[in-house]
Design a binder for this molecule. Structure first.
Ligand SMILES: [Zn+2]
Length: 374
């Protein structure tokens, strides 16, 4: 069971942005690797705090987390809130929070492998995946073809001589404030600390090739249009012996259904009944996203009535319960009548059964909708 983000930062849900930032700063200093050298547990806590802060400091992600909990970022490797693989990511993202007293990025040593070397991460790739309402209702596994940069077979790298593997070059400048030392990415290796040693024939100048790969993506039930799933490590690889591959970002696109309309976890369906069926009652078979359901039509059903199939809507993303399937009753009036039908309706015009007598219980559509969502 994953720990609650608010609990990790030691705050309650009502904490505002300033309180969240303050709480994170406190935890980050407490578990800072400079203060806890070689302490794996502190490092873990440091990463967890950064993950919690990444989500809670972003109004969008916070809203999703408040609604769905950790499930909002799970599934195929997380929805973009999925934590940090390495410490450098944390410092590059939240380095400013430490202020003076901590060196931030450059002040670190002794994590992430060989000292002084950066682990370069490859760039992310984005793809769109189109899903039907049925896919969304049940969850689906999609196979997509991805063209990604990978290290060519047989490529080797060696330490960059310009920066001695640090990836950074220092420069001393004389300014009106005195001598200032600044660091910038090494122009030879572009910050990776390594340069190409053996280049296979088909590889580019960085030892990379473009390869097409089929990636299988498990999409959880209940996703919606615009949601992004992150598949870790399936983006572009980066050059260098200890680089880490980027991520594949999967953007969900919902295909509009022919006759079902989604509204959150509920599904709406317009059922047209002919005037005779509405008067006589009976039953109708309805296609829901989970198969056919036979519903009872009561005798004398009115246009505008909404029948609710509880739990036959879409599952919620966090796994708690399902939405409903709502059937809106519409009475279809025939547009053309035969002579015989015309005679029948002419005779019925003044029949008491055919004269509208709306009762208090025959609520208007708007009253019903209001009731449903209140
Ligand atoms: Zn270099």
């Amino acid at each position: 069971m994953k720990k609650d983000y608010y609990e990790i930062l030691g705050i309650d849900k009502s904490a505002d942005a300033a309180a969240i930032k303050k709480a994170y700063r406190k935890k980050a200093i407490e578990f800072h690797p400079d203060k806890n050298p070689g302490d794996k547990e502190a490092e873990e806590n440091f990463k967890l705090a950064a993950e919690a802060y990444e989500v809670l400091s972003d109004p969008d992600k916070k809203a999703r987390y408040d609604q769905y909990g950790h499930a909002a970022f799970e599934g195929a490797g997380g929805f973009g809130g999925g934590g940090f693989n390495n410490m450098e990511d944390i410092f590059s993202q939240f380095g400013d929070i430490f202020g003076s007293g901590f060196g931030g990025f450059g002040g670190f040593s002794g994590f992430g492998g060989s000292s002084g070397q950066r682990r370069v991460k490859g760039s992310s790739l984005r793809i769109k995946v189109k899903l039907t309402l049925e896919d969304i209702a049940n969850g689906v596994e999609k196979k997509v073809k991805v063209k990604r940069k990978v290290k060519a077979a047989g490529v080797t790298y060696k330490t960059c001589g310009t920066c001695n593997g640090s990836g950074q070059v220092m420069r001393v400048q004389n300014t009106i404030l005195g001598r200032m030392q600044t660091s910038s990415p090494c122009p030879t290796c572009h910050g990776s600390g390594q340069i190409l040693d053996h280049k296979p024939k088909d590889a580019d100048a960085e030892g990379m090739i473009t390869a097409e790969e089929t990636v299988s993506i498990k999409i959880p039930a209940g996703v919606s249009d615009g949601i992004q799933l992150k598949v870790s490590g399936k983006g572009n690889e980066a050059p260098g012996a200890n680089s880490i591959p980027g991520d594949l970002i999967v953007v969900i696109e919902e295909i509009e259904h022919e006759f079902l309309k989604r509204e959150g976890e509920n599904i709406h369906y317009d059922l047209y009944l002919n005037i005779a069926d509405a008067a006589l009652g009976g039953s109708k078979e309805i296609d829901t996203v989970n198969g056919k359901v036979r519903i009872k039509i009561e005798e004398g059903i009115q246009s505008g009535k909404i029948l609710r199939l509880k739990g036959k809507g879409l599952p919620s993303l966090n796994g708690y319960g399902n939405g409903d399937f709502l059937i809106h009753i519409n009475i279809w009036t025939p547009k053309k009548l035969t002579k015989e039908q015309k005679d029948f309706f002419e005779r019925m015009k003044d029949d008491d059964n055919f004269i509208p007598h709306p009762q208090k219980g025959d609520k208007s559509f708007f009253e019903k909708v209001k009731e449903m969502f209140s």
